[in-house]
Every structure is written in C-alpha cells, then in structure tokens.
Design a protein around this ligand. Structure first.
Ligand code: CP
Ligand code: NVA
Length: 311
C-alpha cells in the first residue's frame, strides 16, 4: 500500500483483498484483539465539515488499536487564519504519526499529504470518500461472498463524491455498475472515460427503471452534499424521479439490497419504507466503517500488518 489513502485509485487489487481480509479478522475478533498497532501513536483528525459516522468510528477505532486521537476542528487551527497547508503538515509531522482529514477541496488533501511525513487518510472531500466506498465493498463482499460481476445500481446525484468513488471502486473490484440520474447530475466524463478505457463495466442512463433492472444492490446518497446547500431547491426538483422507493426497489432483482452511506434524508433520496425494510443494509454499512478503518490504519501504521493478517 502507498503511504497515504487519498483515493481508491491509490489501491491495487491486492491492497483491496488485504483490506477486506484484515477487516474480516478485526470484525470477528473485535472483543479479543491483541494487536495494538497504534500503541504510542497519536492520530490527528482535521475536520472542516460535519460528521457523525466518520468521526466516531475513527476515534473509537484509534482507541481500540491502542492509539490516541486528537480531534482538530480546522476553524480552531491557524489554518483557519491563513497558515498554509504545507506548513501545517510539516509542523504536525514533528508531533504526531498520522492524520485523518475531512475537507472541501481534494487538492488540499493531496497538498497536505505531500508535505506530511506520516500517512494521511482522506475522510471525505468534495470529490472522493474512499473510507466509505471501501467499507461498502467490504459489506457487499460480506453479503454476496464476492465482488467481481456483482450488479450494482447507483441512483441519484452521479457527479458527487460517492458517485466518483463508486465508479473507481467498480473498476478496482470488477463490479457491474450502472449509474442513473438526470442529465444535469450525470457522472464526470473523464472519470467514466478513464474507467471504461480499461474494460470496466460501468455505464450511465437517465432511465432509473432500466438501471435497477437485475440489480443486486441499489445504492443512493443525499441529493444535497455538504457544500451544495445553495442548490437545494433545483436538486430536489430534478432528482425527485430518482427517489429510491418501493416502486423502484420492486423493479430490481428479488432480494435486492439497498445501501446508503448515510446520513439519509427520508422522503428525498430514499423513502422511509425502503430505509426501514428488510432489504436495507444501511446500518451494517455504518457499523463496518469501524472495522474497515481499523484495518486501513493497521496497514498504514503498523509495519507488521501482514503478520497480523497471516496469524
Ligand atoms: N457516511 C459518512 O461519512 O457519514 P458522516 O458524514 O456522518 O461521517
Ligand atoms: N455526498 C455526501 C456524503 C456524506 C457522507 C456529502 O458529501 O455530503
């Protein structure tokens, strides 16, 4: 694995297989885990956007691996008063051993990682959410026993950080992915070209019923991502035919499972009925953030991670 986890693109299929295998082991042995991979290490958590799952699962994960977490609201740091990203990364490199960052611009995270002497984990930017999508791959593998060829329909805002992430994840894991949205929120062309030049099975349509036909998983996310609040009215209007409701779920495979990275906005991208149905696996996804992030931190910060995996 590279020094940092900034994007799914940074990973090889061997990295993915190791993340899944180590996450399984960590999940199974949560109450009896003796590998304190972060003992004596401090991990900074720089957040400039809200978070429930990511913040709590990282803080708990760091503590369960024997480490110390420092939550750093970027507004309270000198970053908020103009100190450069590079200087901040260089200074923190003298104190701590890793950083988890959630912010707006992906380039800022790249710049931070370039200047940091420790592993940097992207905890969501406007463009990518690798920890979430790796957890989602782990969860699909947990339910289906495989990833290659699994049919997934991504319904909603197909130009968002989650859509970008699932497009790259489909290439990495061999998912058969169809995205569906109105024209205005279609996937970024360069991203689609880059995955499809490599024979990936990723396509996009405006026809939501065609997209979900035969799907084994339907995935959705909020219509208004953090930072897009000013566009709320237009987004809700254009995306409303793409609500994941029972009508759309009934058009998919029998036994289709419904995924959502959460937080959910009931009555917008997903109906209350679907979210509460037996087909919804959203809380399994949320739980798995903890196990998968512990695996990622072990692999980035413990040089003996492969022995832990083999043990
Ligand atoms: N899914 C996710 O990243 O949730 P939070 O915004 O609560 O961290
Ligand atoms: N697309 C959402 C994901 C939240 C976890 C956002 O960026 O707000």
């Amino acid at each position: 694995m590279k020094k940092d986890l900034l994007n799914v693109e940074d990973l090889t299929s061997a990295d993915l297989a190791n993340i899944i295998a180590l996450s399984e082991k960590i999940k199974l042995n949560r109450l009896d885990w003796h590998h304190l991979s972060l003992a004596g290490k401090s991990i900074g958590m720089i957040f400039s956007k809200s978070s429930t799952r990511t913040r709590v699962s990282f803080e708990v994960g760091i503590s369960e691996l024997g480490g110390n977490s420092l939550f750093l609201d970027s507004n309270d740091m000198q970053l908020g008063r103009g100190e450069t990203i590079a200087d901040t990364a260089k200074v923190l490199s003298r104190y701590i051993h890793g950083v988890v960052i959630r912010t707006y611009s992906h380039d800022d995270v790249v710049e931070f990682a370039k200047n940091a002497h420790f592993p940097v984990i992207n905890a969501l930017t406007d463009e990518f959410h690798p920890c979430q999508i790796l957890t989602d791959l782990f969860t699909i593998n947990e339910f289906s026993g495989k990833l290659d060829g699994v049919k997934v329909a991504y319904v909603g805002d197909c130009a968002s950080n989650m859509a970008n992430s699932i497009i790259l994840a489909a290439k990495l894991a061999g998912l058969d992915l169809v995205l569906t949205s109105p024209e205005k929120y279609k996937p970024h062309a360069e991203l689609m070209d880059s995955v499809n030049s490599d024979n990936s099975n990723v396509s996009w349509t405006t026809d939501v019923y065609a997209a979900v036909k035969d799907a084994e998983y339907i995935y959705t996310d909020v219509w208004v991502s953090m930072g897009d609040e000013k566009e709320k009215e237009e987004r809700v209007e254009l995306l409303s035919p793409y609500q994941v409701n029972m009508d759309i779920v009934s058009a998919a495979s029998t036994g289709v499972r419904v995924m959502h990275c959460l937080p959910a906005h009931r009555g917008e991208e997903i109906s209350e009925e679907v979210l509460n149905s037996n087909q919804s696996i959203v809380f399994d996804q949320a739980e798995n953030r903890l196990h998968v992030q512990k695996a990622i931190m072990t692999m980035l910060l413990d040089e003996n991670w492969d022995q832990i995996l083999k043990a």
